[in-house]
Ligand binder design. Structure first.
Ligand SMILES: NC(=O)c1ccc[n+]([C@@H]2O[C@H](COP(=O)([O-])OP(=O)(O)OC[C@H]3O[C@@H](n4cnc5c(N)ncnc54)[C@H](OP(=O)(O)O)[C@@H]3O)[C@@H](O)[C@H]2O)c1
Length: 272
């Protein structure tokens, strides 16, 4: 007997951006494990070789009931995003669930010393990329259900979008923009059966801090010293939970912390 969630997800096509690592990768596995008999996953990121490995791992674990399509996509490249949806093979072209997860942070510099390149890449990825992917997928969601629309748009924000912190001026601004866009979209789509879902993680240990510090693993590890951060699986479970609710239930806005965290900067660290 499959669970209600598994039944609700059966037959769906899920598109995940930033699926090569961390939360996106875990989300791909969690969807596949939850609905292993009949699911289609479109996994996108820049590292196509990693996506292909993940696709093979998923099929090896859950079997051929889950069809996985790895696609190289840089969400910050508007031309790539524009052509991406139209070039999906027919069986993957009707996206039911879009997980806008791709995102990154660069450095901890403060104004006036923030590198222009870092400002551009964070906005182009976290904000413009998310908006472009959403606009590329939305028309097909709107057409379904005799024009009433159908589908889920799940945007991964951050505690940083609710509470700006020192050294996060640009990253926090990008995540505040995601939060604002998510809320506008939910209001704009009020007459449609499209669910707009925002999920804001607190501290999660992924490649996120390694990317922030340009590959410096020691600096990344120091972020989590004395802490017990969330795992990407913890966030993946929340994403699949939201997508697996009854169609009339919208998990609109979710903030998720590990037990030792109460805000962006209030973290209890055990002395080591
Ligand atoms: N970790 C945390 O503490 C935390 C907290 C709150 C929110 N978040 C958010 O959670 C999301 C996932 O982050 P994570 O923690 O899982 O970090 P991660 O392990 O570094 O994963 C980030 C993913 O985004 C992809 N990505 C980055 N730039 C991209 C681009 N231009 N085009 C396409 N894909 C791109 C990366 O893939 P490629 O490099 O292969 O392109 C990777 O798959 C992000 O939006 C992040 O802001 C993270």
């Amino acid at each position: 007997m499959s669970s209600a969630v598994s039944q609700r997800l059966a037959g769906k096509t899920i598109l995940i951006t930033g699926a090569s690592s961390g939360i996106g990768r875990s989300t791909a596995f969690e969807f596949a494990r939850t609905s292993p008999k009949d699911l289609k996953l479109v996994l996108t990121a820049r590292r196509i070789d990693t996506l292909k490995e993940i696709a093979a791992e998923i099929v090896k674990e859950v079997g051929e009931g889950v069809k996985v399509l790895p696609v190289q996509l840089d969400v910050s490249n508007a031309d790539e995003v524009r052509s991406f949806v139209g070039s999906l093979p027919a069986e993957f072209s009707e996206i039911d669930v879009l997980v806008n997860n791709a995102g990154l942070v660069k450095g901890v510099a403060q104004a006036p010393n923030i590198a222009e390149e870092d400002v551009s890449v964070m906005f182009a990825t976290n904000v413009t990329g998310l908006i472009n992917v959403t606009q590329a997928v939305l028309p097909s969601m709107l057409k379904r259900n005799n024009g009433e629309g159908a589908g889920d748009i799940i945007n991964i924000g951050s505690i940083a979008g609710r509470e700006p912190y020192v050294g996060g001026g640009i990253y926090c601004a990008t995540k505040a923009a995601v939060r604002s866009f998510t809320t506008s979209l939910r209001k704009e789509l009020i007459a449609k059966r499209i669910r707009v879902i925002g999920i804001d993680p607190g501290q999660v240990e992924t490649e996120f801090s390694v990317v922030r510090f340009g590959g410096d693993k020691a600096k990344a590890d120091a972020v989590y010293a004395g802490c017990d951060p969330l795992t990407p699986d913890d966030i993946a479970e929340a994403i699949v939970f939201a997508a697996g609710r009854r169609e009339n239930v919208v998990i609109a806005d979710t903030l998720i912390f590990p037990n030792h965290q109460a805000s962006a900067t209030i973290l209890h660290r055990k002395s080591t």
